[in-house]
Design a protein around this ligand. Sequence first.
Ligand code: SF4
Length: 281
Amino acid sequence: MKEIVMAERAGFCFGVKRAVDAILEALTVGETDRAVWTIGMPIHNPQEVARLRSMGLRVAKDASEVPPGVRVLIRAHGESRAVLNELREKGVCVIDTTCPFVRRAQDLANSLSDEGYHIVLLGDRNHPEIRSIMGYVDGGIDVVADEAEAERLPKRGRVALISQTTQQEERLSSVAAVLVRRAGELRVCNTICRATMERQDAVRALVGRVDGVVLIGGRESANTGKLRNIAESNGLDVLWIESAEELDRGWFEGRQRIGIAAGASTPEWLITEISNKIARM
Ligand code: SF4
């Protein structure tokens, strides 16, 4: 291997950095005797979560597991109104670090549903961000993963299409093209966030310049998964790893130029550690 090319945008996005900084501050400043909890993994990166846990962070499976009196940090994906109410009723101190881009999707879902639109969310129905947006809709709602699922929706009068922030714009456009034939009136809200698009563009910019990409990010990270799809659909070979231990020497054989890309939930220290190990190989 002769050269390493770093993707222009890689690693923590604004929303994740904001949430992680808030956890670090809560753990180290002020009422440090009051435990800090998150509901679910604060970010989709096991190495960073292990670091935060070693500093004292507690992770609950759901709101019912959170004891009264503690501090609870709402992660960048946000939470539904029902979960926030449950926490407030328990008397815990809520530190809300819902990413403003996710908040915008929640607010649009809420106001358009109130205006009588049937909400269609484009995304992964098991992803916490989609579940948090769903929790702001009082009327009808469907979640679709792709064009084929959109084709199966019944015809309706007024429909609003809202996207998970990590979706690809091409998919949002093609799902909108399907729904326009299945709705009397269609509102399309492009709620894909810039950080996601910038990381996707950075992977596209590697096409033709490298003969393989090491992609660093948690296996549960939706935006890292999208980066893999983009690289592979452009003919790039991808080695997706979470940690330096997963680097496979055999994969590098015969390759001249390697790209390094990372999802929006991958911390800088991990990118540096892995890049240094690749450089030494
Ligand atoms: S990927 Fe975008 S929406 Fe998600 S946390 Fe980062 S900045 Fe916010």
